[in-house]
Write a protein that binds this ligand. Structure first.
Ligand SMILES: [Cu+2]
Length: 392
């Protein structure tokens, strides 16, 4: 069962924190109960919707109610009204709901958005109930009215995803980096590696699934953290030769030759000077299957200045960038068979992972790390490790 965590509630609507009339019980673990959010007609409620599933992007909607989006990943947006959200794992969307419908019971529902072809996924629907106080009983039975079910998009409805994400804007003009010092282009997606037949070899033709960025399948260090190795100059933990662009360019979303389906493994970092102005094109590939990937960057919030389908073309796509009020967030859903362009200033020194937030893709190697060097000031430098840092 997919699980979505619904948290929040307007300060003036204390009953939004009750489940079946029991206050203060909102943060318990999942159970077989159905969560109810009690509202009164006219309430305005702020919901923070968080996708806490590990493996699945989700559509989210509430029957008969519009949702006013005001923030994503806890960063304000220009408000807009929608009926359906799409959230990748780890993403959040803050919405204001106005209880302006006939007093009754309305399902809050979420289910999968799955863009990869032929990929197995959990297609169940998870629900909670928006319950109006003083809802009338059925005139015939005298019982509580049945909750109204919402329409959810079909599991592969990419059009609804695009309609949602294309409305995201910052609230007003923002300061987008324009003097780009590091112009990066990362392919993202899956792959296959050869393996010996057995339980860990369940891909087609004696292969197993892997994933990579710029054809490097990331290997997490086993004994020493990347930040510790950087800080203490410990050799042989990582290298700093992560490729800034694909070593072998190809038709990324076309018919990719099989010779390009097997990545190399490595713990490769990309070094950034403090204050670098970074642009990253994240380009989905058709290797195994195109797929919408929620790509998360630690340590930063970035602007999403452009998105599109197919192969990114700098000659034509750059002119359409939004450098005025692009949305800011920390996890971007890169369109299936498409691309997203991010910009940020590297002003937070340290080692920062960038990875797909679909957990299986991360463990298959869909990650890389930035090594951001210290700035000139003490406040712009990595702090010393704590005195009680375990030596091993
Ligand atoms: Cu992914």
């Amino acid at each position: 069962m997919n699980q979505a965590l619904f948290s929040g509630g307007a300060p003036n609507v204390s009953d939004a924190y009750t489940i079946n009339g029991q206050p203060g019980d909102l943060y318990r673990c999942s159970s077989k109960d159905t969560m109810k959010f009690y509202v009164e007609s006219g309430d305005r409620i702020l919901f923070r919707v968080i996708n806490s599933a590990l493996l699945q992007q989700l559509f989210f909607t509430i029957a008969n109610h519009e949702l006013i989006v005001v923030a994503v990943d806890a960063l304000y947006t220009k408000p807009f009204t929608t009926t359906t959200l799409m959230l990748g794992p780890g993403q959040s969307t803050d919405v204001i709901l106005v209880a302006d419908q006939a007093p009754g019971y309305y399902y809050i529902a979420a289910r999968a958005y799955e863009s990869a072809q032929n990929a197995p996924f959990d297609n169940t629907t998870t629900t909670a109930i928006l319950a109006y106080k003083f809802a009338p009983c059925s005139g015939q039975t005298g019982l509580r009215l049945k909750p109204i079910l919402p329409q959810l998009p079909y599991y592969n409805d990419t059009g609804t995803v695009t309609a949602f994400t294309s409305q995201l804007r910052s609230p007003s003009k923002v300061s987008v980096p324009t003097g780009i010092t590091d112009d990066l282009f990362f392919t993202i997606g899956l792959g296959l590696i050869n393996c010996s037949p057995g339980p860990t070899c369940q891909g087609p033709n004696n292969t197993r699934f892997t994933a990579s960025m710029n054809n490097v399948s990331f290997v997490l260090p086993l004994t020493t953290s990347l930040l510790q190795a950087y800080y203490q100059n410990i050799p042989n933990v990582f290298t700093t030769d992560f490729p800034p662009v694909p070593i072998t360019p190809f038709d990324y979303t076309g018919n990719v030759p099989r010779a390009l389906w097997q990545p190399i493994s490595g713990t490769k970092l990309y070094k950034l000077n403090f204050g670098a102005q970074v642009q990253i094109v994240l380009q989905d590939t058709a290797i195994v299957s195109t797929e919408n990937h929620p790509v998360h960057l630690h340590g930063y919030q970035f602007y999403i200045v452009g998105e599109g389908f197919g192969n990114f073309d700098p000659k034509t796509d750059t002119s359409a960038f939004n450098l005025y009020d692009p949305p800011q967030r920390n996890t971007v859903n890169v369109p299936v068979g498409g691309w997203s362009v991010l910009r940020f200033v590297a002003d937070n020194p340290g080692v920062w992972l960038m990875h797909c937030h679909i957990d299986s893709h991360l463990t298959w190697g869909f990650a890389m790390s930035f090594l951001v060097e210290n700035g000139p000031e003490i406040q712009q430098s990595v702090r010393s490790p704590p005195l009680d840092l375990p030596p091993c």
